[in-house]
Design a protein around this ligand. Structure first.
Ligand code: WT7
Length: 648
């Protein structure tokens, strides 16, 4: 802990090497400043020019219409993201690798742009033959295999709205998401490989389907070859449907504001929200951010370790990369299978140039020891990226020294499911890096730090709430089925301005440092989890009366989960019950939500008005002294009893 605090005071500034800078797409600070200024002062000219680099079936009439909280971009324009990811490259890059795939057991596949185009067209026809039409929702529950990208692109090609559900989510979480989206088709696999084991995706799907009514067809990719029951009429093998599908499928011209995909994310209520992105703005913004932030060069091999079940996988494994005609690497499995050198062996094998991963992974690599990366040749690496949570300077420095060998700039990219693309980062060929600071706003982004009354905090290094002043192209358009929640959640605290839910501060050079969530959202290993979501799962257990979940600092995961529960009469605390409750949360949500610690107690600390004092629980969970005012507590003796409760 002492060591971490010492590096928290890290004040060194790191500059991109001359070798990197010379070849970078943007390498003059002046160029960034000019473009940034133009993007804010003349957004029509700026975004119109960028959009013009993509293919449109019909040009837009107006770049932006902003009636807070509703933004419309590229009004009247018609395009198709699958066309921009595939067809657009056939002539010039048809035989270039689009996807490099490495399976966990060691199998591999390469799909060129032509091959990927063919598979996507065929699968788009399969979806049509199953009755999927423009606007219909399709749920995708797959491992990190090429079929996940093929399924996403096939939906997009015919204008169906995909909802990808991370393969680590449980049957019950899958059912909730299918029901909320009212999906017509589910695409899954028999199983997926993970850490030497098999994730039973089809079995989970069958369990989920018992609680859903909207699904008419299930398409099953054969991945592991394990025996799975197939329900006649409902379940179909992917390879059988593909065998006689036509490879001709023109891309559907979509309106710029037509729904593109839904992706569920946790908020401060018990129910995850379906973040909706639309076609034009999302395409343009992910295209541009990928190009400049990762400084993509034509022959680069790019490797992002995120799963397509998260927004990072959508924007920076699939869409941003393919729109740029780049080569993206997908790895199916765990970073420590068969050993802790797997990521580095992949980098050596494919001569990866750009690596994008999360601080939690970097901290795990540190723990495993630098002897693992040292065994491999990492000289191909040119640029490193970090995403998902604040990166502590100690992890930053390790990443820079051991992985980047002090040669590769690091981009610490701040963004959210809702923002669709990266919002705050350094540009690698331009900006000096400050460990722990994400950096500067990207083009078109105007962040502000405000106090609770909405006044801008102007003193350098003074903390406040991070808001975004105006719309950017890939801003979420609504919460699926709940426009009221969309407005309340993002645009009501500071009317007309987007509230991120994060705290931040800005230094005298205009660099932003993200301080973490200020709402009831936890960030566990770079994954977002609502405390209420875990609480609802706990109270659904027959033994639990009440539950309160808080985060506590964790050296690897960033945040760990601690749950305080009270029991219904007739139930007694025991280590076995605590284990059962943990398993219950895994069953309801998924392994990512497993509480690190359960504390069974006889009462929760509440104010006289009945509000749980989470601040107190956070202090108890972290083993800290109880500080601050406790005078509003209904029963002050509760604190002592909480401290005495045994952790399981
Ligand atoms: C939350 C969004 C965006 C892709 C992955 C997560 C935190 C994200 C950073 C960063 C500090 C970060 C924020 C944000 N976050 N990137 N570089 N530095 N914090 O997407 O699941 O929607 O979570 O992740 O707290 O609000 P998400």
């Amino acid at each position: 802990m002492e060591k971490i605090e010492a590096v928290l005071k890290e004040e060194r500034v790191f500059y991109p090497s001359e070798a990197f800078r010379q070849k970078a797409r943007i390498n003059q600070l002046q160029e960034y400043e000019t473009l940034y200024k133009e993007s804010l002062e003349q957004p029509e000219a700026f975004w119109g020019r960028v959009a013009g680099e993509l293919h449109w079936f019909q040009p837009w009439q107006k770049v932006l219409e902003w009636n807070p909280p509703n933004a419309k971009w590229f009004i009247g324009g018609k395009l198709n993201l699958s066309y921009n990811c595939l067809d657009r490259h056939l002539e010039t890059r048809g035989n270039k690798a689009a996807i490099l795939f490495e399976g966990e057991p060691g199998d591999s596949r390469i799909l060129t742009y032509q091959q990927l185009h063919r598979e996507v067209c065929k699968f788009a026809n399969v979806l049509k033959s199953l009755g999927v039409q423009k606007g219909d929702r399709v749920t995708i529950y797959l491992p990190m295999i090429p079929e996940a990208a093929i399924a996403m692109l096939a939906c997009v090609r015919i204008g169906a709205v995909h909802s990808v559900v991370f393969g680590g989510f449980s049957a019950s979480a899958l059912a909730d998401r299918i029901n909320d989206a009212q999906a017509k088709v589910l695409i899954t696999a028999d199983g997926g490989y993970r850490r030497g084991g098999v994730v039973p995706l089809k079995a989970n799907s069958d369990e989920a389907l018992a609680d859903t009514k909207s699904i008419q067809h299930v398409v099953v990719v054969k991945r592991t070859g394990q025996e799975v029951p197939m329900q006649a009429g409902r379940d179909h093998w992917y390879h059988e449907l593909m065998a006689d599908a036509s490879a001709v499928c023109p891309a559907e011209p979509m309106d710029a504001e037509d729904p593109l995909f839904i992706l569920y994310t946790s908020g401060s209520t018990g129910k995850p929200k379906g973040v909706l992105h639309t076609t034009g703005g999302y395409s343009v913004y992910t295209y541009l951010t990928t190009r400049y932030i990762f400084d993509l060069q034509e022959n680069d091999t790019y490797f992002c370790t995120a799963d397509v079940g998260w927004i990072t996988g959508h924007s920076y494994v699939v869409y941003g990369l393919l729109q740029n005609g780049a080569t993206t690497l997908m790895y199916e499995g765990a970073p420590n299978f068969p050993n802790e050198g797997r990521i580095w062996s992949i980098i050596e094998k494919y001569r990866v140039n750009i690596l994008y991963t999360a601080p939690t992974a970097i901290r795990a690599f540190m723990k495993w020891g630098e002897e693992w990366p040292r065994k491999y040749n990492l000289e191909s690496l040119r640029l490193l990226g970090s995403v998902g949570e604040p990166i502590n300077p100690e992890a930053w420095l390790w990443y820079y020294r051991v992985i980047g060998q002090e040669r590769c700039p690091i981009v610490d990219t701040w963004w959210q499911t809702e923002t669709g693309g990266i919002m705050i980062t350094t540009l690698p060929g331009v900006h000096p890096m400050k460990p722990g600071h994400a950096g500067k706003p990207f083009f078109g982004v105007k962040p502000e730090i405000v106090d609770s009354s909405g006044q801008a905090v102007t003193n350098p290094d003074e903390g406040g709430h991070l808001i975004i002043e105006r719309p950017w192209p890939s801003m979420l358009r609504t919460v699926w089925g709940d426009p009221e929640r969309f407005e309340r959640q993002y645009f009501s605290q500071y009317p007309g301005r987007y509230f991120t839910g994060d705290g931040a501060k800005r230094d005298a050079d205009g660099y932003y440092m993200i301080l973490g969530r200020v709402d009831d959202v936890l960030n566990v290993s770079g994954h977002r989890l609502g405390t209420m979501e875990i609480e609802s799962a706990l109270v659904a257990h027959p033994a639990v009366a009440e539950a309160a979940v808080v985060g506590r600092p964790d050296p690897i995961k960033g945040e760990g989960i601690v749950a305080f529960v009270t029991l219904k009469s007739g139930h007694n605390p025991s280590p076995e019950l605590a284990q059962e409750l943990k398993a219950h949360v895994v069953k309801m949500i998924g392994a990512i939500a497993r509480p690190d610690e359960i504390r069974i107690t006889d009462a929760l600390p509440k104010t006289r008005s009945g509000k749980i004092m989470r601040r107190l629980l956070r202090q108890v969970a972290a083993g800290e002294e109880i500080k601050g005012d406790t005078s509003t507590l209904e029963d002050r003796a509760v604190v002592e009893r909480l401290k005495a409760s045994s952790p399981h």
